[in-house]
Design a protein around this ligand. Structure first.
Ligand SMILES: Cc1ncc(COP(=O)(O)O)c(C=O)c1O
Length: 402
C-alpha cells in the first residue's frame, strides 16, 4: 500500500530540493558568438548595423537547416507573423482561420492587417488543430490559414495545405513553438506558402531576447516578405539607393533585427538539433513510464518528430478528490516546473471576441486546457527529472486518489 506523505503544498517536505535545471539559452556558445561579433565590428571601427554579414549568415544557415528556401531575420516572432501574412497579400476583409491555441501576437496580426479571424478547434485531447476541425471552418470568404504547430508537436500539415490549396487558400505555418520539428521527414515550415518563427529567449531557437524568422520556400514570396519587413524596400535590387525611401514598393513598417542578435542566433541554431533530440528523449521516456507510475495522469500525444516546447499531461478528475488545477498546483509545490492553467487558448480572451467572424467555441481546446497541465521541458532535463516528475505525481496522487 502507498504511504501518504504530507504534501509540500500543505507544509510537508518538498520532494525535489533543487530547482529544475534552468535552460540557459544564452549559454557559453551564444556569449562567445556575441563577443566575436562585437569584436568584428570594433576591429573595423564600424557600428554593428542591420542587414550585415551575421544576418546574412544566420538566414542562409537557417534556410539550409530547413532543407532549402529563403529566410529573413526580423525583430520578433510577432513581427515574423505580421510580415509573413502581409507577404501573402490577402484581400482586406477576407477570412483567415487561426489555430485555437497560440500567443496573442499572431491573432493581433490578422486583425491589424484588416483581415477577419476565424477560429478552428483542436483535435480531441490535443492542442493542435485537426484537419476536420480546419476544413469545417472554410467558407467562400476564407483566403488564409494561420496554422500553429502548438507545444512543438507537428500538425498534419501536408494534408492541411492540400485541402487549403485545393480551394485557393494560402497557408502560413507558425513554427514558433516547434523549430526543428519534423513532419513526414521534412522540417515544419516547408509545407505552407510561408512560415513564421519566434526566436525570443524562451524558444528552442534563440536570437537574443527578442527575434523572429520569416521563411519561404519560394523566392517570390520571400521578396514580398523582405519588402514588408523593411519599409517596402526592394532590397534585392542591385541599384537600390538605401538613402532614398522613394524607391519603396509600398508603405510598410521597419521590423529589422540586428547583427548582435543574429550572431547569437547562429550559435543557437548550431545546437538546435542536439537540444531537440535531448528534449524528445526526455519525453519519450516520460511517456513510456507515466502510465506505469500513475492511474490519474496520462501523457498527451507526442509525435516522434516533435520539437518539445512544453508538454501537456492529462489529469483524470474522476479519479481524484480535488480539481485538476489543485492537483497540478500540488505537483508544482513538490518542486516540478509546470503551468497549471494554460492562458493561450484564444477562445478565452475577452479583448478579442468582437473581432471574430462568429462566436464559434473551440470546445476541444477548452476541454484540453481544463483537463491538463503543461509540464515545462528543456534540453537539460534528464534521468533525475524523469524520476522526480513521476515521484511528485505519485506522491500527490496518493494524497488525492479516490
Ligand atoms: C505560436 C507563437 N507565435 C508567435 C509568437 C510571438 O512571438 P514573440 O513573442 O517573439 O513576438 C509566440 C510567442 O510566444 C508563439 O508562441
Amino acid at each position: 500500500m502507498t504511504t501518504r506523505q504530507t504534501l509540500a503544498l500543505h507544509g510537508g517536505e518538498k520532494l525535489r530540493k533543487t530547482p529544475m535545471p534552468p535552460r540557459l539559452a544564452f549559454g557559453p556558445a551564444e556569449r562567445q558568438a556575441l563577443l566575436e561579433a562585437a569584436d568584428h565590428y570594433a576591429a573595423r571601427q564600424e557600428d554593428p548595423p542591420y542587414q550585415g554579414r551575421y544576418e546574412e549568415e544566420f538566414c542562409r544557415r537557417f534556410a539550409e537547416f530547413q532543407g532549402g528556401g529563403f529566410a529573413d531575420a526580423v525583430s520578433s516572432g510577432t513581427a515574423s507573423v505580421f510580415v509573413a501574412l502581409a507577404a501573402l497579400g490577402l484581400p482586406k476583409g477576407s477570412e483567415v482561420i487561426i489555430s485555437p491555441v497560440t500567443d496573442s501576437g499572431p491573432l493581433n496580426c490578422i486583425i491589424m492587417l484588416g483581415l477577419v479571424p476565424v477560429l478552428a478547434d483542436s483535435a480531441p485531447d490535443d492542442y493542435n488543430m485537426g484537419l476536420e476541425q480546419l476544413t469545417s471552418r472554410f467558407t467562400s470568404r476564407t483566403t488564409g490559414v494561420l496554422a500553429v504547430h502548438s507545444a512543438g508537436q507537428p500538425l498534419a500539415i501536408d494534408e492541411m495545405v492540400e485541402a487549403a490549396h485545393a480551394r485557393g487558400i494560402k497557408v502560413l505555418e507558425d513554427c514558433s513553438q516547434a523549430p526543428g520539428a519534423l513532419w513526414k521527414g521534412r522540417r515544419v515550415g516547408v509545407y505552407g506558402d510561408i512560415a513564421a518563427f519566434s526566436t525570443m529567449y524562451r524558444k528552442s531557437l534563440t536570437a537574443g531576447a527578442s527575434g523572429g524568422l520569416v521563411y519561404s520556400p519560394t523566392e517570390e514570396t520571400y521578396r514580398q516578405a523582405l519588402a514588408h519587413a523593411d519599409r517596402g524596400k526592394p532590397s534585392w535590387r542591385k541599384d537600390l539607393d538605401l538613402r532614398d525611401p522613394g524607391h519603396a514598393l509600398f508603405p510598410a513598417l521597419n521590423f529589422n533585427t540586428d547583427e548582435l542578435s543574429c550572431a547569437i542566433g547562429i550559435a543557437s541554431l548550431a545546437r538546435l538539433d542536439e537540444a531537440v533530440a535531448a528534449r524528445r528523449e526526455f519525453l519519450r521516456r516520460l511517456c513510456a513510464e507515466l502510465p506505469r507510475a500513475s492511474r490519474v495522469c496520462r501523457p498527451s500525444k507526442a509525435d516522434p518528430g516533435c520539437s518539445p516546447f512544453y508538454f501537456p499531461i492529462l489529469v483524470d478528475e474522476g479519479a481524484i478528490t480535488c480539481t485538476k488545477t489543485e492537483f497540478a498546483r500540488a505537483v508544482a509545490a513538490e518542486g516540478i516546473g509546470l503551468g497549471e492553467h494554460y492562458g493561450c487558448v484564444v477562445n478565452s480572451w475577452d479583448f478579442a471576441k468582437s473581432y471574430f467572424a462568429d462566436d464559434f467555441v473551440t470546445k476541444n481546446a477548452l476541454s484540453m486546457r481544463d483537463r491538463s497541465f503543461n509540464l515545462y521541458v528543456n534540453e537539460r532535463y534528464g534521468e533525475q527529472e524523469i524520476s522526480d516528475v513521476l515521484a511528485a505525481i505519485a506522491k500527490v496522487e496518493a494524497w488525492y486518489a479516490r
